[in-house]
Write a protein that binds this ligand. Structure first.
Ligand code: UGA
Length: 449
């Protein structure tokens, strides 16, 4: 493949689409991003990112200026001028937890119609997370019906899941652990593998070529396993908390050194959130039930995560008694550090629970304040800094492990808070140090309360 002439389009400029489009443009491809959101298209073309993601804005600006990447609302141009078309639209949850495939459906109809008058072979690649069968039973028939062309002969089709994490999306796109290519036919698989050879040169990661159904299920199994690992260690953390001298961090280290387990995703805390794990586990459960199969481990993973955030509230109640009118400082609102995303964030569950108890909430997050305001409105207070947030508080709860919170020292909590109580929901601080200087309770650290 010739670097200069490789032409790629993305349908959907959300997290996955925008970061991958920008990363590919950086490697000198000509990339068109199509989206139906006028405001987003205008923003992207000005080099402004609609999301907070490390390195993305620098990369985006550079590629917009160099004209290697631009966004449009014209699907015809996007399809016509590209050899590979990635579908990167959202697949949110329906009310009952099952997957909403409306955006995949409408993208396939739009692309199908645009393919109709075109002679040249295009490769369509679905990258959104979808339940098994979607590529074969929805995407392929829809593309064929709308284009009046035949999949495998006139155009190629593959399912190619992404595994990028918010907060390290660019790095994950450019240095993935592996590639999963779920091809409808060999030619489609070859074309996609060739594209990745162009992208990664001699750093092509281990690649599995399989059928689309398997590739679709790999993505769900992957996220379900990751979530299970975290829920597992959170359960161990809850047990540790009842055993004086026990520490989940040491246990995670101890079991993580077993190569069969591995050290990652064993960080105990107040639970997992975000736009992917919760929705994907619910969709997987709905899907498996529709096949008459129970997934009790996945059910339990979700259940553990429902109640885990409430530990912070229970601890606060044990230490302070009735929380009515107590001033609680919430440090961290995003679902994890490095992002402004508050979707299904643990902070929401905790704040709502505290508000039900009529506590007075004051919040701070380095980047997620704007998104948090949409969720909480004027029901909580917003601080300009972490130090301002803890002023006069009766209790501080660390919900997101932002590195800047490490700058707050025990003496700051002691001098600023009305009642120096810190609940460390993310194991940010040194328990020995903090416990000796103030009332400090950490998730998974044995204490007498
Ligand atoms: C997740 C997966 O990690 C990606 O591989 C996948 O591509 C993505 O979903 C997706 O399906 O698109 P992401 O939602 O960005 O990525 O977030 P994670 O890094 O997985 O973290 C999820 C939650 O688990 C966060 O709330 C985080 O704080 C929590 N977590 C993670 C822990 O509590 N402990 C850990 O050890 C790891």
């Amino acid at each position: 493949m010739n670097n200069k002439t490789l032409k790629v389009a993305f349908f959907g400029l959300g997290y996955v689409g925008l970061t991958m489009a920008t990363s590919i443009a950086e490697r000198d491809a000509r990339v068109i991003g199509y989206d139906i959101d006028t405001e987003k298209v205008a923003k992207v073309n000005k080099g402004e990112t609609p999301i907070h993601e490390p390195n993305l804005s620098t990369l985006l600006r550079r590629n917009i200026v160099k004209k290697r990447f631009f966004a449009i609302e014209d699907p015809r141009k996007a399809v016509k001028e590209s050899e590979i078309i990635f579908i990167t639209v959202g697949t949110p949850s329906l009310q009952d937890g099952s997957i909403n495939l409306d955006y995949v459906k409408s993208a396939s109809e739009t692309i199908g119609k645009e393919l109709r008058d075109l002679e040249d072979y295009k490769l369509i690649v679905l990258r959104s997370t979808v339940t098994p069968g979607t590529t074969c039973n929805l995407l392929k028939p829809s593309l064929e019906a709308n284009s009046c062309r035949i999949c495998g002969k006139d155009f190629g089709l593959a399912y190619n899941p992404e595994f990028l994490r918010e907060g390290s999306a660019i790095k994950d796109t450019l240095h993935p652990d592996r590639l999963i290519i779920g091809e409808m036919d060999e030619k489609s698989g070859d074309a996609l593998e060739e594209f990745y050879q162009w992208l990664y040169h001699d750093e092509l990661p281990p690649t599995i070529r399989t059928n689309p159904d398997i590739a679709e299920l790999i993505k769900y199994a992957n996220n379900a396993f990751l979530a299970m690992k975290v829920s597992f260690i959170n359960q161990v953390a809850n047990l540790c908390q009842r055993i004086p001298n026990a520490d989940v961090e040491v246990i995670a280290k101890g079991i993580g050194l077993d190569r069969r387990i591995g050290p990652l995703f064993l960080k105990a805390g107040l639970g997992w959130g975000g736009s992917c794990l919760p929705k994907d586990l619910r969709a997987l459960l709905k899907f498996s039930r529709s096949k008459g199969v129970a997934l009790p481990l996945t059910e339990a993973t979700l259940f553990v995560n429902e109640i885990q955030p409430l530990n912070a509230v229970k601890i606060a109640e044990k230490l302070l008694g009735d929380l009515k009118d107590m001033r609680i400082a919430i440090l961290g609102l995003s679902f994890k550090p490095g992002t402004d995303d508050v979707r299904e964030a643990v902070s929401i569950k905790i704040v709502e629970e505290l508000l039900r108890r009529e506590a007075k909430i004051v919040t701070y997050d380095p980047v997620a304040m704007e998104n948090a305001r949409i969720v909480f409105g004027d029901r909580v207070g917003y601080s300009k800094s972490a130090l301002e947030c803890i002023n006069d508080a009766d209790c501080s709860i660390i919900i997101t492990e932002w590195p800047e919170f490490l700058k707050i020292k025990p003496k700051d909590f002691v001098s600023r808070m009305r009642n120096p109580i810190v609940i460390d929901g993310r194991r940010l601080y040194d328990p020995e140090d903090f416990s000796s200087k103030l009332r400090y309770v950490a998730i998974g650290f044995g204490s007498k309360i």
